[in-house]
Each structure stands twice: as structure tokens, then as C-alpha cells.
Design a protein around this ligand. Structure first.
Ligand code: ITT
Length: 475
């Protein structure tokens, strides 16, 4: 496949050519195209599309462009989309990172991320954008002269090195651009898909059939977890168990089985089975791995639908076996938040009783501060302990996350099928989970013998079970 890369940045050209060895890749220079597209978009996505679309319309070819930049949290995400122009036109790469170091002088929060948004613009008019991010910290002094741009001052904790000291190959394994390219390759293999409307862009991957990103198109912000340092998931499905079975062990028909936290589905590769304008479906069937931890032939389909400012998730479980099957299923969606936790509250549709014995922290102490009955109460997120709690016997069909008394997102769930609604955050993280579950947390079971458990779902051969939730964003 022939692709033109619409960039004048030779650092990017080097990285793309090194990574895309299976494609015929041409730079603008290779094609003798001398053009500078004005980047006047409000987001990385808008700018990337503008660059690639201009060249695609000119050449009639498949064109990719990258719009990228560095977001420093203590500087309100500056320089962001202005990374190439930070400090004004007269500066070179070194001048720009020196200015950034100066602007950060005296600041202790040096967390930052690189963002790369790749736009693919097809000759038939289709535009697709794919986002990759890489988290790290800004150093106090430059180190290394590899790469380009801000690489010498971007420290990547997992490798304990700055990007400036990495080889091209090393950077191309883990960088924001490499992650966007990973998605591009998945996209070409039909394993990754995007849904997009006026307000939102939703990217879904084949691993776990899970959402990769949900972007607010008006400002490019992520609406779900991007704090992958704290937790490596965005919206995993929990299937066929919810939570952690004690010692990862359970018994079924007197046989012992080992099963992962929240089951295996979120760890497996799903197949994209259908896609329409506003909806996609991914499917998982039994594998050798799943059969070892849960002895059934099954199909689990996850359908995502984008409607206005709402993302809908439908799980469909089918028993393809010739015996009765048991399971639980639930969502574990994250919602992006800031760390001023005290400004958040949770509001139920109706007053709910909060059972004390289903509330725990990571040292399993009950959380005493909660009222027993409430419609709205402060969200318990924690900077130093993981906190999870569950409401049971729900009267409400939705729960809403508010920030400074303004709604952020409302999560709708099927009340009659929902045995428990879980809430969880990782200490000091920038996301909060709201989890509608058809079933209860394994730690709320009193036994690990399947036949004695409560709140399980059963399907006879060929029967199916659906479970739905959705998230409506107040953008
Ligand atoms: P094109 O628009 O022609 O692609 P550009 O350099 O102007 O080239 P951008 O508008 O996307 O590209 O600006 C990206 C800037 O962000 C880039 O100039 C660097 O300063 C910074 N940047 C992006 N990716 C980087 C990386 O991998 N390492 C270091 N700095 C990077």
C-alpha cells in the first residue's frame, strides 16, 4: 500500500519510515511537494485532518499526517497544539525546550504527556484519526541529543531515560507516535474502529473489545481514562466473574478452576463483526485460555452505539454449549476527573440506601463517613487508598457524576437486571469508575463453590442474555 506522509518535519519522517516498513511510504520531499498547511484548528485532530486532507485532495492518494505536541499539566496543558511554535517563531527546538524549562522553574508537578494524532485521509473523502499518548515527566535539564523537539527534556519513567537518550528503535516502541501507529496497523487489519459524530469521537480496539479513547471534539479532551500510569484500562468488560474470586480459585461440579480478576474477557482479542455509521460490534468466542478457566462454549458480543452526546454499550452473551452455563457480567467504565476530588459529588435518580457491609477500602475497612440513605453525596475518591463501594437493591435507573454541582456525565443502567452498582478509584488517579453489574462482587459471595453462590445468571443452550448501560455527557 502506498502512503504519502504529509509532514515537513524530518524527525517525524525518520520515525514513520522506520516503523512502516511494510508500506510504501513517501515524504512530501520524495514527491517534490513543497507546501506549508496553516494549522488553525482548535485540536490535534482538526490540524491533522487539515494537513492530510489538503495533500490527499491535491494528489488523489492515501495521505497520513501527524499533529503532535507536548502537554504539561502544571501549565494547563501548554504548549499542546502550539508545541512547534512555543515562544514565538524565532526559536529552534533547543530555544523552545529551554523556554519550557524556564516556565516550569520552581514547579514540583512536572507530569506531562506527548500526544500524537495521526489522520488518514482517503481519496474517497473518508477521514480517520487515531490518537497515541505517552506519559512522562519534564526534567530540570536536557539530557541526550537524539530525536527532535522536546525529546531531551522528556523523561520516561518505565525506561528511566529521557527520549533524547533513546535510539530511534527504542523510541519507536513506546512513543506517542508509535502508539498511534499501533492503532493505524490495527485499523488496517480491521481490528480497530472509530465512531464519530458532531460531538464525540469513540475509538475501540480489539483487545477486550474495549474503548481506547472517547474524545470531546470541541476541545480534544479525553472523557475517559488516560491516566494509564494508574490503571491500564478504559472500559473493560467484566465477564464471566465480577471482581476477584478469593485465591483466584472457584469450584464447579467438584472441579477446581483458576480465573483472573474480573474474568478473562477483557484480556482476550475480540473480532470486529459488524460496523455501521454509528455503531460497531465486537465478538469473543471461547478460546483454549477461556475454556481452562470457565468450561463453556459461548459468544460475548459488545456493541457500542454513538447517539448525540451518549455512548451506549450493549453486552450480549449466548450459550453455544449443550449444557447450562453460569456467569455474571458488568461494565467497568472510567470517567476522566481532576484530582480536586472534594468538588465532585454523586447523584442518584432516587434516594438510595448505601449498605455498609458492601463498602470497603483496599484494607477492607468499612467506610463510615457515608450517610445510610442519600440521593446526593460527596464522591469518595482517595489520594492514598483505593476505595470501592457498591449499592444494592437500586431504586434508580441512573447515577450522575457532578463537578461543583454541575453534571459531568450521567450513567444509565437497566435497574431490574442490576444487582449492584460499583464505584471505584485508584489512589490519586485522574479517573473514576461507575460500574453497573448484573451480579455482585465475588468478595460479597460467601462461598467459592459455584452451586452455592447467589446472584449468578444462568443460560440454557442457545439462550442469550443482554445487559445495557450508557453514558450521557454534559458537554
Ligand atoms: P508538520 O506539521 O509538518 O508535521 P511540525 O513540526 O510543525 O511538522 P506539529 O505541528 O505536529 O509538527 O508540531 C509538533 C511539535 O511538537 C514538534 O515540532 C515538536 O516540537 C513537538 N513534538 C511532537 N512530537 C515530538 C516528539 O516525538 N519528540 C519531541 N517533540 C515532539
Amino acid at each position: 500500500m502506498e502512503i504519502i506522509i504529509a509532514t515537513n518535519n524530518q524527525g517525524k519522517v525518520r520515525e514513520f519510515k522506520n516503523r512502516l516498513k511494510d508500506y510504501e511510504v513517501f515524504s512530501l520531499k520524495d514527491k517534490n511537494i513543497d507546501i506549508e498547511v496553516e494549522e488553525d484548528g482548535k485540536t490535534f485532530e482538526e490540524n491533522a485532518i487539515k494537513k492530510a486532507r489538503t495533500i490527499s485532495d491535491m494528489t488523489g492518494a492515501l495521505v497520513m499526517a501527524d499533529d503532535s505536541g507536548l502537554e504539561v499539566f502544571a501549565l494547563d496543558n501548554a504548549p499542546g497544539i502550539y508545541s512547534a511554535r512555543y515562544g514565538g517563531e524565532g526559536l529552534d527546538d533547543k530555544g523552545r525546550y529551554e523556554k519550557l524549562l524556564k516556565d516550569l522553574e520552581g514547579k514540583t508537578d512536572r507530569d506531562a504527556r506527548f500526544v500524537s494524532v495521526i489522520a488518514l485521509c482517503f481519496p474517497d473523502g473518508r477521514n480517520v484519526t487515531l490518537r497515541g499518548e505517552c506519559y512522562g515527566e519534564i526534567t530540570t535539564a536536557p539530557d541526550g541529543d537524539g530525536g527532535f523537539g522536546y525529546d531531551p527534556i522528556f523523561y520516561y519513567p518505565p525506561l528511566k531515560k529521557t527520549f533524547g537518550t533513546l535510539t530511534l528503535e527504542e523510541k519507536n516502541e513506546i512513543s506517542h507516535r508509535a502508539r498511534a501507529l499501533d492503532k493505524m496497523e490495527l485499523f488496517f487489519k480491521d481490528e480497530m474502529s472509530c465512531l464519530e459524530n458532531e460531538y464525540l469521537r469513540l475509538e475501540i480496539g480489539s483487545k477486550g473489545g474495549e474503548i481506547l479513547h472517547l474524545i470531546n471534539k470541541s476541545n480534544g479532551e479525553n472523557l475517559m481514562n488516560t491516566d494509564l500510569k494508574s490503571w491500564d484500562y478504559v472500559a473493560p468488560v467484566c465477564f464471566p466473574v465480577l471482581g476477584e474470586v478469593p485465591d483466584d480459585t472457584y469450584y464447579y461440579q467438584n472441579k477446581k478452576y483458576l480465573i483472573d480478576l474480573h474474568g478473562f474477557a477483557h484480556l482476550q482479542k475480540f473480532s470486529l463483526v459488524s460496523a455501521s455509521e454509528n455503531s460497531v460490534t465486537y465478538r469473543l468466542n471461547e478460546t483454549e485460555y477461556s475454556y481452562k478457566s470457565w468450561p463453556f462454549r459461548f459468544s460475548l458480543e459488545i456493541t457500542y452505539t454513538l447517539t448525540g452526546k451518549k455512548v451506549e454499550t450493549l453486552y450480549k452473551v449466548t450459550n453455544n454449549d449443550d449444557k447450562q452455563m453460569f456467569f455474571n457480567i458488568g461494565g467497568h467504565d472510567t470517567y476522566a476527573i481532576t484530582t480536586d476530588y472534594e468538588n465532585y459529588s454523586l447523584e442518584y435518580e432516587k434516594e438510595e440506601e448505601i449498605p455498609k457491609n458492601c463498602i470497603y477500602t483496599n484494607n477492607r475497612q468499612f467506610f463510615e463517613a457515608l450517610p445510610e440513605k442519600a440521593k446526593t453525596f460527596p464522591v469518595m475518591m482517595s489520594k492514598d487508598r483505593a476505595i470501592a463501594f457498591f449499592t444494592k437493591d437500586l431504586k434508580s435507573s441512573w447515577v450522575q457524576l457532578n463537578y461543583k454541582d454541575k453534571p459531568v456525565v450521567r450513567v444509565y443502567f437497566e435497574r431490574e437486571k442490576t444487582d449492584s452498582l460499583g464505584f471505584w478509584n485508584e489512589p490519586n488517579s485522574k479517573f473514576y469508575c461507575i460500574e453497573p453489574w448484573a451480579g455482585i462482587h465475588e468478595e460479597c459471595q460467601t462461598t467459592n463453590i459455584t452451586e452455592e453462590k447467589t446472584n449468578l445468571r444462568y443460560l440454557e443452550p442457545n439462550e442469550e442474555y443482554t445487559y445495557y448501560h450508557s453514558a450521557e455527557y454534559f458537554l
